[in-house]
Design a protein around this ligand. Sequence first.
Ligand SMILES: *[C@@H]1O[C@H](CO)[C@@H](O)[C@H](O)[C@H]1NC(C)=O
Ligand SMILES: *[C@@H]1O[C@H](CO)[C@@H](O)[C@H](O)[C@H]1NC(C)=O
Ligand SMILES: *[C@@H]1O[C@H](CO)[C@@H](O)[C@H](O)[C@H]1NC(C)=O
Ligand SMILES: *[C@@H]1O[C@H](CO)[C@@H](O)[C@H](O)[C@H]1NC(C)=O
Ligand SMILES: *[C@@H]1O[C@H](CO)[C@@H](O)[C@H](O)[C@H]1NC(C)=O
Ligand SMILES: *[C@@H]1O[C@H](CO)[C@@H](O)[C@H](O)[C@H]1NC(C)=O
Ligand SMILES: *[C@@H]1O[C@H](CO)[C@@H](O)[C@H](O)[C@H]1NC(C)=O
Ligand SMILES: *[C@@H]1O[C@H](CO)[C@@H](O)[C@H](O)[C@H]1NC(C)=O
Ligand SMILES: *[C@@H]1O[C@H](CO)[C@@H](O)[C@H](O)[C@H]1NC(C)=O
Length: 605
Amino acid sequence: MMVSIKRYVYTLTVMAGFYVLYYLNIDNRDVLNILNNVQILSSIWPETPVSIPLQDFIFKAEINQSISLTKGCTGCPIICPNSFKNKSGCRGDDCLCFKSNPVLNFHTWFNNTIISKEELLPFEMMTLKDKSVKDPLRLPNKERSYAKVMILTEGGYKVGEDILVKLEVYNGYGDSVKRGGDDVRVRMVEINKQLTIAGRVKDYNNGTYIITIPTLWNGTNNVIIYMPYFREERVTYLTWTRQFNALFYYKAKFRKGSEVQVTLCSSRPNLPEYDVICNMTYENGDDKWYCGAPPSRNLSCRDVISIGDYHFIDVAIANGQQYLRRRGNTFRLFKELKVEVKGEEDTRRHLLPICKRLSRSKTWDTSLPTGYASKGKYFPMYCQINKTDEDIKTCLINTTVIFTGDSTTRHWFIRLRKFIECKQTVGTSDFYRWTRDAECENQNINLKIQWRPHNLPITSVEKLSNEIRFRVKSIALLLDDIPTEGKYIFVIHLFAHFSRHHYYVIRERLRHIAVSLRHALDRNENLFVAVKGPHMYSTDWMPAVNDYTGPFVERVLMNELVEFRNRVAYLDFWDMSSAYGNVDIHPTEPMQWNMLRLLFGYACP
Ligand SMILES: *[C@@H]1O[C@H](CO)[C@@H](O)[C@H](O)[C@H]1NC(C)=O
Ligand SMILES: *[C@@H]1O[C@H](CO)[C@@H](O)[C@H](O)[C@H]1NC(C)=O
Ligand SMILES: *[C@@H]1O[C@H](CO)[C@@H](O)[C@H](O)[C@H]1NC(C)=O
Ligand SMILES: *[C@@H]1O[C@H](CO)[C@@H](O)[C@H](O)[C@H]1NC(C)=O
Ligand SMILES: *[C@@H]1O[C@H](CO)[C@@H](O)[C@H](O)[C@H]1NC(C)=O
Ligand SMILES: *[C@@H]1O[C@H](CO)[C@@H](O)[C@H](O)[C@H]1NC(C)=O
Ligand SMILES: *[C@@H]1O[C@H](CO)[C@@H](O)[C@H](O)[C@H]1NC(C)=O
Ligand SMILES: *[C@@H]1O[C@H](CO)[C@@H](O)[C@H](O)[C@H]1NC(C)=O
Ligand SMILES: *[C@@H]1O[C@H](CO)[C@@H](O)[C@H](O)[C@H]1NC(C)=O
């Protein structure tokens, strides 16, 4: 099929369910780039590390910007009604009420030279010298910006072509923002047929974004563009986590006899006002963790009985940042437009390989949308999930399923238990006390399902009654426990609880996991491993556990696990949640079951 267009000509060939575009006579290099090279947002920035002068690397809040981050935060209890009086004799939570506690004193910052400058992601590198926001009118403005469909052919779009939308971002003064880096997300919906798909965004780094959405169906589509985080918000978070190490602190409880003291903890040892720091790395399953030592001479680091959530730090913020903080719900509509698509639909999806046979490395290719949803059912782009519920049940015979992670995989455990008969053997079958291990078993079919929380910074961990020394199982240690025999389905997930930290914390975890994963895969050929990628969701309060880190986490996963691309499947839930327009931190039906369907699609013959 040849299509004549004003400025250029292209041919479209459809091959076995894949659309291949050939371009001829192109006089517009941008469009060539767009179509050949649609990438995840952050991938266009330079990869080469550059050295950064220390003064640029260390971000310091201006002391006179003294609006506090936690001001007006509902759900942030007032801590420390009494100030700290007697350090060694303090009791319980009062021990945290010292002068330069970063939760109470926003002038406390870390010496962040502990972050390796060479390993910043390109986005952070590009934005290191960005100034803090002073004037909200300089931020992207919904009313002043515009998006338009780039009409290529006279007759409009036909099935198989990529819809192109140009988004030009202007500020409140009506000037082009002249920089990129906004977190632009796109979803396309055909309401009548209930079809949804995510788009891809190319950032020209000058305020122009080109959005590409493949067309698999005909009909009237709504293209919905979100801008949950402006560049300035993403930069604000990164500079805060760089400066303060984390936006959130943890506390450890030490107990011996009747003496109880609580100290501050974080993933880095730079904790203010502690002469002695407890290295809790062993306790955290060999992933770095540190807590202040209890001040009483009667208590030692070994007397730790639990570690868990404490509080957000208090950051001094400028007016512009205060404005960002008040933007509320992060799933914000930026622009919406309609696009008509005509033509016959391709009906050859059944020619795609079944997902089990798709090369594992293809699951890591997120350059184009990796699936779409039709009437709530998810269809991956490169393979078909032809598993019936019965097939999945058969697949679970003689199998141990291990979900690691956070509340989202806890919900998987709960969901799967409802799907197949499985008697609870450890912990609870619902969300009650969700941070504790859960396990169920069906002896008839030799099935075990286990849920294991990742280690700190999870909400809380505690010393088990049978333990001599406190030790949490990290994902790496869980992988070390996989024996040489037996069928295992193992899911790795690290995301939401790390969003209050700099992404280097996830990177460290993955480097630890990689060693154990390599050995486990070598040891047991019946071990199937999938990495559950981050998902989109919306939160109302800016510094909460939000999804701004999603693109960074995805990038870190891609980089750190590159050697496993042929051995491990990647579950691209960033794309899936975008297609579903997911807003809940715990994806609800139909997305939840479709996440599991995709997992078993890859795992089961
Ligand atoms: C804070 O102080 C600096 C230097 O004294 C000044 O340049 C800046 O404008 C002040 N910022 C605010 C928000 O008042
Ligand atoms: C430590 O223990 C001793 C003896 O049990 C007790 O007298 C003392 O008050 C304790 N110290 C503190 C700081 O509680
Ligand atoms: C602090 O508390 C400890 C233990 O209760 C006590 O021994 C010590 O005298 C107190 N110090 C002061 C200055 O009150
Ligand atoms: C930060 O800590 C490192 C290592 O302890 C030290 O060499 C460096 O001088 C410190 N930098 C600042 C700005 O305090
Ligand atoms: C941004 O760059 C692209 C590609 O160079 C160009 O086509 C576009 O006009 C530029 N946009 C603005 C607002 O300068
Ligand atoms: C903490 O202990 C771990 C080993 O458990 C070690 O690798 C790490 O270097 C220690 N951290 C510090 C700051 O000494
Ligand atoms: C849409 O695609 C279906 C399936 O190929 C076809 O039957 C129908 O005629 C198409 N509609 C239009 C308006 O092209
Ligand atoms: C799924 O595909 C496999 C391999 O092509 C086939 O053996 C199986 O019957 C299919 N299952 C269903 C439910 O279509
Ligand atoms: C499950 O394991 C048992 C015992 O090893 C074996 O007899 C049975 O065939 C296995 N079933 C399946 C479906 O793999």
